[in-house]
Design a protein around this ligand. Structure first.
Ligand SMILES: [Zn+2]
Length: 262
């Protein structure tokens, strides 16, 4: 196998949520504002999205989409330019250029834009699609039946409980990281100058990774703990930078579109 690199990676700007910090990690207090980004990756064999964030409609009308109680609890803050479709178009791409969508999991804040890419091939971790339709009660509010119904028509590839090398060249490795949900996925992106592990919701905050605290709403706490340790081990072994999707410090530290990593 000849190893290659992904060409460029952009973190796309996004709305934020303001929630009670204790909902993200035991022991915290006060409120925390967290990003909900997607990542766009250019590779010679395709244009890949890792997650699609919150539904564009939620930016215009969060109460209409989620109801007053949930909209209040989420504290969505956004501008129209943060819509995923506008973010992609601002970089000079068409929505129809997207060839692959890797879905870390199917919670509403990671899959709300999936419907924009009906031509793409979608990747979900083993068990995620079934669990999304019959979730455990505790986290069921994170799955949107109307959005899932649209996704039924897509082309899905299930990542079969092991890591998958998307293009067979070592540049994009889909990492099976169960615990938050049964089919949680992270993505290792190997660029010429830097390697990232995009965690999805395998972990929510850098502090949680350091002290190895699973997320309070994880469906399998024991698996989550193993996943946290595995992320650290891979990052150490490969000198990769960990980018935690919802961590506000990571969002502030790393480059955002239109800047990119190469
Ligand atoms: Zn989630």
């Amino acid at each position: 196998m000849t190893l290659a690199f992904a060409r460029r990676m952009w973190a796309l700007d996004c709305p934020s949520l303001t929630v009670e910090a204790v909902t993200l990690m035991y022991g915290l207090s006060g409120m925390v504002t967290i990003p909900m980004p997607s990542f766009l990756i250019e590779h010679p064999k395709g244009l890949v999205l890792f997650d699609t964030g919150i539904a564009p409609r939620a930016i215009d009308d969060p109460v209409g989409l989620y109801g007053q109680e949930m909209a209040d609890a989420l504290g969505i803050s956004s501008t129209p330019d943060q819509r995923l479709d506008r973010q992609i178009e601002a970089l000079g791409y068409k929505l129809s250029d997207i060839t692959h969508v890797i879905s870390s999991h199917l919670h509403f804040d990671h899959s709300g834009g999936h419907h924009l890419f009906p031509q793409a091939t979608f990747y979900a971790g083993q068990g995620e699609l079934r669990f999304a339709h019959f979730p455990d009660p505790l986290g069921a509010f994170c799955y949107m039946p109307d959005e899932l119904a649209v996704m039924r028509n897509f082309t899905w590839r299930e990542v079969p409980g092991v890591d998958v090398d998307l293009f067979g060249d070592g540049s994009l490795i889909i990492l099976f990281m169960p615990g938050h949900t049964p089919g949680e996925l992270s993505l290792k992106v190997r660029l010429a100058n830097r390697t990232f592990i995009l965690t999805g919701d395998a972990v929510h905050l850098r502090a949680a990774l350091e002290v190895e605290f699973p997320f309070p709403l994880d469906c399998d706490t024991k698996a989550s703990l193993q996943t946290l340790r595995r992320i650290k081990r891979i990052a150490e072994g490969e000198e990769a930078s960990i980018w935690i999707t919802h961590d506000p410090d990571d969002w502030a530290e790393y480059k955002q579109a239109p800047a990119c990593y190469e």
